[in-house]
Design a protein around this ligand. Structure first.
Ligand code: GMT
Length: 375
């Protein structure tokens, strides 16, 4: 198939899923056309079947706000025509779905599109009164809609009252790339052999509660020598740095900033922390699990569809630092139990969420949507 993919190309789970999906589909013989405002960060264009079309937003003195959604719709239509696209697959509802709807209408509906909802496009942005009506409209008019968890499917129906048949296709991970690896030399760059490594990876937005990671570390180090590595950039970084100083753990917290290759870093960790307020799924936790790293997470959103408490990770109430720190301590001070949970984490990734299992679900859905006549 010839598929156009649109996503936010910068740091963020939805863009990562879209990019990895495009690369996996290209591996399987599909022609993939990314239509985005910048090159997706994880895109390694090694396949001749991967193409990138930049969306340029022309500015004009009249425009106080350059009309990105229109430029995107126009570029989608152009690429659909020149590359003979079979369908568009957009990730994150606002504004991608609306642009795809416009592009599709330029072909009188003969260019179907699928919207994948990832989380905050439903729980935060879509819920905001200024975007609610247009998000609802976009979902209702999408020929195909997927969510990344059953939780998000139900939440979408509850929030928007839509009647669409929504397909759940969970996040996935490349289990060959995300592996259990012991790299003592790389580990030595970050911690002494007797210290445990806690890791957090996100775009450090408030919804991720990265400050809780610092608080958990501060509690844990009263009992277990440990360090916290924070990967990613975002608005909460400054506050997390201040908090580390306030709690006297600044020497034990390291901010690594944006990193292109996260698999080798994740594999260094003893535990991954995901104390989020909300998660559509929790992709970063899945990536850690594939590396054999158990996650201590908030019991929210789609996370319980990934982590089974006390089996392949730990689920705790949001903001309950004591319980989270205790969960870390329990796992780290019992090597036998740690080994069992870490092994189960890798098994969960392998048996339920490997790209080889999930990508065919998208391919089947593409075929179904292509075979459905336009309304
Ligand atoms: O939260 C992020 O880091 C970014 C956000 C996005 O929309 O880009 O991620 C969402 O999509 C990921 C991939 O599908 C999910 O695994 C995350 O759970 C989800 N984040 C939230 O719902 C907060």
């Amino acid at each position: 198939m010839r598929i156009g993919i649109t996503c936010y190309p910068t740091y963020g789970g939805s863009g990562i899923v879209a990019t990895e999906l495009g690369m996996e589909l290209a591996e399987r013989g599909h022609e993939i056309h990314f239509i985005t405002y910048a090159n997706p960060i994880r895109l390694s264009a090694e396949s001749p079947r991967l193409h990138y079309h930049e969306v340029e937003v022309t500015n004009y003195p009249l425009f106080q706000y350059p009309p990105y959604a229109l430029a995107l719709a126009s570029r989608m239509a152009e690429v659909a025509e020149s590359a003979k696209l079979d369908l568009l697959h957009v990730h994150y509802a606002i504004p991608h779905s609306i642009s795809a709807l416009l592009a599709s209408q330029m072909f009188e509906g003969r260019l179907p599109f699928i919207t994948t909802l990832h989380g905050t496009d439903v729980t935060l942005v879509g819920n905001d009164p200024s975007y609610f009506p247009i998000t609802k409209f976009a979902i209702e008019r999408s020929p195909g809609v997927t969510t990344i968890s059953e939780y998000l499917r139900k939440r979408t129906i509850d929030v928007f009252g839509v009647k669409n048949a929504i397909r759940v296709i969970p996040n996935f991970v490349n289990c060959d790339l995300y592996q259990v690896v012991e790299d003592a030399a790389l580990r030595a760059d970050y911690a002494s052999p007797h210290e445990k490594i806690l890791m957090h990876l996100s775009n450090l937005r408030p919804v991720k509660r990265p400050l809780d990671c610092v608080r958990i570390l501060a509690r844990l180090v009263e009992h277990v020598p440990a360090r916290l590595l924070i990967v990613g950039e975002g608005p909460e970084r400054g506050a997390a740095e201040s908090l580390a100083r306030e709690l006297g753990v600044e020497d034990r917290v390291e901010f690594l900033g944006k990193q292109l290759k996260v698999a080798p870093l994740l594999a260094l960790a003893d535990l991954f922390l995901l104390p989020s307020e909300m998660e559509g799924f929790g992709l970063a936790a899945l990536e850690a699990m594939a590396c054999g790293v158990p996650t201590v997470a908030s019991n929210v959103g789609g996370v319980p569809e990934l982590i089974t408490h006390s089996v392949d990770g730990m689920l705790c109430p949001v903001g309950d630092i004591d319980t989270m720190a205790q969960a870390c301590r329990d796992l780290l001070s019992d090597p036998e139990r740690y080994k069992t949970v870490a092994g189960a984490a890798r098994q969960t990734a392998l048996t339920r969420f490997c790209a080889s299992k999930i990508i065919p679900l998208y391919e089947d859905y593409y075929r179904e949507i292509r075979a459905t006549p336009p309304k």
